[in-house]
Design a protein around this ligand. Structure first.
Ligand code: OAD
Length: 231
């Protein structure tokens, strides 16, 4: 059977770059209300608050760089003799800036806007607010950050389902495994008979179910794993 590695990354892969995770010590949802900032209802209730939160996170991207975990994943994507699929829950662009040739952003991207008037998606690097006009249809006040909020369906689920049909190794890096549907990928990989590996700073909700869980900072442990796999 042809080897097919499916990688799922979460906020932990970008932690060493200086981007906060969501849960645990220093996590964004520790002192920000997820219902206000990451739901369609929160956006409808107070759009200015939501715009400000994503504007700050978007602006912060220019102050951070990919770390050795991102670079190691690139090496795997480029040099592994089988197929490698990279799925991320992260809305940052550090996989791309690290050199990843293909990234499935299942939770969208901070660097994209979505027009609620014409459904166009567009690259968006600057400030966004209730007066922003859609570059596609010109309508003002209908642009939102193109990130998937709780209660919305993640993107690219067709591509992801297709990837799991042939998965032989599933690798989870830096994710708490608490948010579905990504949290269910482990079950799907096990059902398909894949080898399952986890790399996380500390035990996650599902650590015991992986064939192997390696604890430590992704930026330290993933490069060595990739070197070993490719050697
Ligand atoms: P979480 O904040 O839930 O989990 C981050 C995980 O990374 C934790 O298990 C940490 O132990 C681990 N971690 C922290 N630093 C690390 C490091 N240097 N190396 C390795 N692991 C480290 O983040 P996610 O699992 O990505 O969704 O969260 C999933 C989704 O919940 C996010 O995409 C976001 C959030 O709400 C939406 O906004 C829709």
């Amino acid at each position: 059977m042809d080897e097919h590695i499916v990688i799922l990354t979460g906020a932990g892969v970008s932690a060493a770059s200086g981007l906060s995770t969501f849960r645990g010590a220093g996590g964004i949802w520790r002192d920000h209300d997820v219902m206000q900032l990451a739901t369609p209802e929160g956006f409808a209730a107070d759009p200015d608050l939501v715009y400000a939160f994503y504007n700050e996170r978007r602006a912060n991207l220019s102050r951070v760089r990919p770390n050795p975990a991102h670079h190691a994943i690139v090496r795997l994507q480029v040099d592994f003799p089988g197929r490698v699929t990279l799925i991320t829950q992260n809305v940052d662009d550090l996989h791309e800036r690290g050199g990843s040739p293909d990234v499935i952003h299942m939770h969208g991207s901070l660097l994209q806007g979505l027009c609620n008037a014409c459904a166009a998606r567009m690259h968006w690097t600057g400030h966004m607010d209730g007066q922003s006009a859609c570059p596609s249809c010109g309508v003002q006040g209908k642009i939102r950050p193109d990130v998937v909020w709780f209660g919305e369906v993640p993107y690219h689920m067709d591509r992801i389902a297709e990837a799991f049909e042939t998965v032989t190794t599933f690798i989870s890096i830096g994710t708490s495994g608490e948010v579905y549907p990504a949290a269910g990928f482990l079950t799907e990989a096990l059902r398909r008979g894949a080898q399952t590996l986890e790399f996380n700073l500390e035990p996650s909700a599902r650590s015991a179910e992986f064939h192997k869980s390696t604890l430590g900072p992704a930026e330290d442990i993933v490069p060595g794993f990739v070197d070993q796999l490719l050697s």
